[in-house]
Design a protein around this ligand. Sequence first.
Ligand code: TNX
Length: 540
Amino acid sequence: MRSLFACLVLMVTISTLTRAQNVPIIPQPVSVTMGDGNFALRPSTVILTDQATARTGRLLAEALRPATGYLLRVRLSAVRSKNSIDMRLDRNLGRLGNEGYLLEATDNGITIRAPQAAGVFYGTQSLLQLLPPQIFERSVQTGVDWRVPALKVEDYPRFVWRGAMMDVCRHFMPKEEVIKFIDLLAMHKMNSFHWHLTDDQGWRIEIKRYPRLTSVGSMRKETRVGHENDPKGFDGKPHGGFYTQAEIRNIVAYARDRFVTIVPEIEMPGHAQAAIAAYPELGNTSEKVEVGTVWGIYKNVFNVDESTIVFLQNVLTETLALFPSKFIHVGGDEVLKDQWKASPTAQARMKELGLKDEHELQSYFIQRMDKFLTAHGRRLIGWDEILEGGLAPGAAVMSWRGNKGGIAAAKAGHDVVMAPNSHTYFDQYQSKEPGEPLAIGGFMPLEKVYSFEPVPPELTAAEGERILGAQCQLWSEYIPTPQHFEYMAFPRISALSEVVWTPATRKDYSTFQSRLAIHERRLRALGVAGRWPVATRTVP
Ligand code: TNX
């Protein structure tokens, strides 16, 4: 009798556990405990908030409206009531950290509690995923039972930097696509949008003081077709676009409401050809250059004259006014040193500063920017080449050439964001099947992304604390349209979201795949042109 009872208890426990594993939330939460019963959302359900969560309450009402057709009331209220979604701060939950939350669903209602507003927002994202996936449809769905199973979710992220980089230089992305992407990041509890705004092939941010950066620098006369040796040559079509400061302000505010920080990148001293085309005095030679039309690394880089440093700091001043982000990205990658070697002015400058080679000159340049940003209360971040030749102590490093740069930076006491081309370059092929659209090369299938571990084993526990998190890179040489962008981004970002949010011990590729089948319906409902199973996808 007793063993029968024990057996029963065991069975119930196992089934509760499997059900918990199968709650189709992406990224997988820290802990889910199933209860009995469910909560039915009704037109009379009310959303109760406090001051700090009022905006999130309104966003939730907006998100629930299209598919249900319900216009839920959102009320500031300190008193709980039945049939409500009650979301408010609870300072006693400090253990959940700045972004964690507690979500409870019973027959009577839903409560979301968190020590900070970001956590409440993430609680609402989980709540949306606990409803049937049709909740993401953009038009009223009839005959759907809008129920949430009774349960308790306790959740918080593994890393503070959970990001994605969008390159809008190689191909411009309209602001609507930027907004859509921010929504999709927030849905995956990602909090960092790295916006690559300047490069050889286009300057995409309006700078009032230097109008030629966009009037000249945002437009290239044509674009290389295919890979480097493609006999088709060039397309003969001008390509361009940029964001005005007013547009950027709107996008930054939109992201802020969804707890996404936009980290702008102004590339220097390399990847500078569009800027040099606009203002030739920023270059090293008298040769006339035009906005880049091919991919790869150009030898035209900024000179290191004082006037150029001032120019770039003026650009940063306008950038800082638009972006509240603590981190400001200054690029720093792939700087060919040929022109500095050949330039008498650059050589004289090196001598005057007592620098032994061009690597030290690059380091000097980056340190000037670091001092400037630090003096303005910000922190510099750059690609891992900024480590070469010495780096200012407060600067952070984005490790892209594998893990090496990240390991070296963490060991030297710098904060690190992992962005290795071994696991996070979403410009690479997702499959070896025929029919994939042209990509830069490489092979980055979903499972490989999922397997990524951001903390390299070479680090001690203390050094590992330097790893702020990770992000994917969507370099857009071979990503010409928004649909193509979404095809490259999804579902790989869904996999990455578990890499950066879910505790390593809770990651599991097979439950991810079953949860993804449901998640895919959500993303499709939102009009995401992802790489879905073959019969149903549109290949760009
Ligand atoms: C290297 S990653 C670059 C980019 C290219 C990318 C293509 C990095 C810091 N620089 O300029 O777009 O490879 O994968």
